[in-house]
Design a protein around this ligand. Structure first.
Ligand SMILES: [Zn+2]
Length: 404
């Protein structure tokens, strides 16, 4: 597993050549295990990590390097700097044309308020102690509200700006944006029972500037491990393996899969998602976007066998979501810890991953997937309960502006 992870641990943003190169490496691995992979293309709005600077006017002027927020365009703007507390956003005021500083997470409501406030631009202040990355503005927000230029600034830079009274800053960013072709890489192991299927998935793309070892090269090589096992041990139910593209651009690959394969989803009893793994100083966890029954089963199994899984029921921001939204119970295996906390930055490299951690997560996922694949009668209803459905809709509204 570790050898394959090394091969794909390079920046592979959705819709770029690098993403396709990583999928090519995974496709070769699928062929080595005796299956024929298939690539399904889809268009995405994507970008290359750009460059930017902020100059703080004064005597002496001070300059900082910043990372343009992906898909936020390029700009050269000057305005008064102001920090806005997220909890006050709905009624905050600032002078039009100001440049707002915010904590590092953009969602629909925050973006909507930036538009309402007529800001010229925004600076996301990065968490201290981690290399600033390149978050994106969801394309859906831009389509709805238009583009506001923004960048990520270090904690130190943000602090210096806000410490100066009536600070005026000049924000200059340059980035290349383009329509690219992203892909889902698929492979199928037909079962004896053709009426029931299980989807197993992991996203293959990374965020800009990150080698994406934990997030989610790890899930990809774990998924390959499962594929190799079932290629040799024929399951009762049909298993569909999906290496999704463009998860980091807004779950675009899994959304595309659900859209393109809608007529086949009635057969799918369960979706198993692998996102984040291999973390040396971590612990294995599972999040069940489904019923209490399924959750209790996994939790009891966990305790009986001393698997050391942290079990939670709820939503999880990954490729499980579009499936759960389509009414398919979805569970996400992953490993959280110190290495996973480097996710979405240049620090997410293979130094934070070891083979033993990869295997421990893969073995748990394999044992569970095996039981579900071979059960005499599938033990759970194909149903997502109403309380979880509400959470799912809220998630898609906040993250993607769906139905807003
Ligand atoms: Zn991920």
């Amino acid at each position: 597993m570790f050898e394959t992870l090394k091969k794909i641990a390079f920046e592979r943003v959705g819709g770029t050549e690098e993403e396709l190169r990583a999928l090519g490496i995974l496709a070769d691995e699928i062929r080595k295990r005796g299956l024929e992979p298939k690539l399904e293309p889809f268009e995405v709005k994507t970008f290359r990590a750009g460059k930017g600077t902020v100059e703080l006017a004064g005597d002496p002027p001070v300059g900082f390097d910043v990372n343009p927020v992906g898909l936020s365009g390029s700009c050269d703007i000057t305005g008064r700097a102001q920090y806005i507390e997220p909890a006050k956003l709905d009624y905050a005021r600032c002078e039009p044309g100001c440049i707002v500083l915010l904590p590092p997470h953009l969602n629909y409501d925050i973006y909507r308020n930036l538009v309402r406030l007529k800001v010229a631009g925004f600076l996301l202040v990065h968490n201290p102690g981690k290399t600033p990355g390149f978050p994106i503005i969801r394309h859906a927000f831009i389509e709805k509200f238009g583009k506001i230029p923004g960048a990520v600034i270090s904690y130190e830079g943000g602090r210096k700006i806000i410490s100066r009274k009536d600070a005026v800053v000049r924000l200059h960013t340059e980035q290349e944006e383009f329509v690219g072709t992203s892909h889902n890489l698929l492979a199928v192991i037909p079962g004896e029972n053709e009426d029931e299927e299980i989807i197993l998935g992991a996203h293959a793309d990374s965020v800009a500037s990150s080698p994406g070892a934990v997030d989610n090269g790890s899930g990809c090589v774990e998924l390959l491990g499962l594929l190799g096992h079932f290629a040799k041990n024929k399951p009762v139910r049909t298993l569909r393996f999906c290496f999704f593209g463009s998860e980091e651009l807004g779950l675009l690959g899994s959304r595309e899969y659900v859209r393109a394969h809608e007529s086949e989803l009635g057969k799918v009893r369960l979706m198993i998602n692998l996102d984040l793994g291999g973390d040396i100083f971590g612990e294995n966890r599972v999040i069940i976007t489904g019923s209490n029954e399924l959750t209790n089963y996994i939790d009891s199994r966990n305790k009986l066998r001393g698997m050391g899984l942290r079990v939670t029921r709820g939503i999880y921001s990954s490729d499980n979501m579009p499936f759960a939204r389509a009414g398919i119970p979805a569970i996400s295996f992953g490993r959280s810890g110190l290495g996973a906390s480097m996710g979405h930055s240049a620090d997410d490299d293979i130094r934070n991953v070891n083979e033993a951690s990869l295997r421990s997560m893969a073995n748990i996922a394999l044992a569970f997937a095996g039981e579900m694949a071979d059960a005499e009668v599938f033990p759970f209803e194909r149903k997502v309960p109403d309380d979880i459905k509400d959470e799912i809709e809220k998630y898609f509204r906040e993250r993607s502006g769906d139905g807003a």
